[in-house]
Design a protein around this ligand. Structure first.
Ligand SMILES: Cc1ncc(COP(=O)(O)O)c(C=O)c1O
Length: 377
């Protein structure tokens, strides 16, 4: 059997990783400014994380959600505390798409409505509803197309207000990334998010903050939507939550009440997943990683803004987009193959920085020097 060929691959095989570095099978070292697509939050192979998973594996790796799993309760308490949403409820699942799928479903159970508002350039995942609210027709299969979703212009309060005034009673949910990732690092404005909040309140719609990529401390606050000063009804999270172990969740406001069997999962919240997620939160807390993301992120943004060849620098904390003019299309490739630095990308020519939250200023400087060399041609 061969692999189903869905990804264009770089000809690199990673065999070892530590902190913000990875090594290939020829022992070449790379600086990881990509964090394996925003997944590596506490750095690769962090000793506390490795030990917690190892210890758990020797006790019990998995048993079903039909029994009590105290690690889930411990995780919910710790997440509530660190995210500042102690009265919220946690449902655990396995991926970002699944988190969004469950959030949208829960919203519709809650208010009995069907219409969903999403935004231009949004990415919410590849399962049926998650992909239906994703603004990319190329990845929406005919069977996923639905009348229930409308795409409104991102950050456009007038359009949002108008749509609500005409359709408010049918709107079940608004789903929005605090900072669009795949869409090219576009920050939702605080006033736009406040408008989402007030319209959802007025029309009994559910405000879903997709925090899969911009959450978990990456923006310099636990959820990037926290900058707006208003709370969402549901926060979805995945990527950084397990530092590579597949674990995801939705944090649900107290007004949404559970009923038995309304949501469910086989793997979600298993013992190993909880151990991974707990280890991540313990390190985030102990090493002040949300603050580090803010400090090193500000430093990077300030330095990047000094470089005249860059068209625009966007983002918050350690979620940064560097928009380059079309003629500098080889910079990302050269950073990887000449300077041995992984970065992410977004179309048409945006370099995405999504490093581990404990990256140091020194490591940030290595990236900045390499970028300056490339921009100088
Ligand atoms: C904002 C956002 N939501 C959802 C997803 C989907 O997550 P997953 O690939 O874990 O299903 C992603 C993945 O890139 C994302 O960036």
């Amino acid at each position: 059997m061969k692999l189903f060929d869905v990804y264009p691959l770089n000809d690199i095989t990673i065999v070892k990783a530590k902190g913000s570095y990875v090594w290939d099978d020829k022992d070449q070292q790379y600086l990881d400014m990509y964090g394996g697509h925003a997944v590596i939050s506490i750095g690769h192979t962090h000793p506390h994380y490795v030990k917690r998973l190892e210890d758990q594996l020797h006790k019990v790796g998995f048993y079903s959600n039909s029994i009590k799993i105290p690690l889930q309760v411990e995780l919910a308490e710790k997440l509530g505390k660190i995210s500042g949403k102690e009265d919220y409820q946690l449902f655990l699942c396995n991926s970002g798409a699944e988190a969004n799928e469950n959030a949208l479903k829960l919203a519709s159970f809650y208010n009995g409505k069907k219409k969903i508002v999403a935004f231009t350039k949004a990415f919410h995942g590849r399962t049926s509803l998650a992909v239906a609210v994703t603004d990319n027709p190329n990845i929406v299969a005919p069977v996923n197309q639905t009348e229930h979703v409308v795409f409104l212009p991102f950050n456009n309060e007038v359009a949002l207000e108008k749509y609500f005034s005409e359709n408010g009673n049918n709107i079940s949910a608004v789903i929005i990334e605090g900072i669009q990732g795949v869409g090219g690092i576009n920050v939702a404005s605080d006033s736009f998010l406040r408008r989402v909040r007030s319209l959802c309140d007025h029309y009994n719609a559910v405000y879903i903050a997709d925090s899969v990529q911009c959450g978990y401390g990456r923006s310099g606050k636990f959820y990037s939507q926290d900058f707006s000063g208003v709370d969402a009804d549901i926060y979805t999270m995945a990527k950084g939550m397990g530092n590579g172990f597949p674990v995801a969740g939705i944090s649900i406001a107290p007004k949404l009440h559970p009923k038995h069997f309304m949501l469910g999962t086989t793997f979600g919240g298993n013992h190993l997943a909880c151990a991974a997620a707990l280890a991540v939160l313990e390190i985030i807390e102990q090493d002040n990683l949300v603050e580090n993301a803010a400090v090193v992120g500000d430093y990077l943004m300030t330095e990047l803004n000094r470089l005249p060849q860059i068209k625009e620098v966007r983002g918050k904390g350690l979620m940064i987009g560097i928009e380059l003019p079309g003629e500098l299309k080889d910079v990302k490739k050269n950073l990887l193959f000449k300077h041995k630095i992984f970065t992410g990308e977004a179309k048409p020519n945006v370099i995405r920085l999504l490093p581990a939250l404990n990256i140091t200023q020194k490591e940030a400087d290595i990236f900045l020097e390499a970028l300056k060399t490339e921009l100088a041609g």
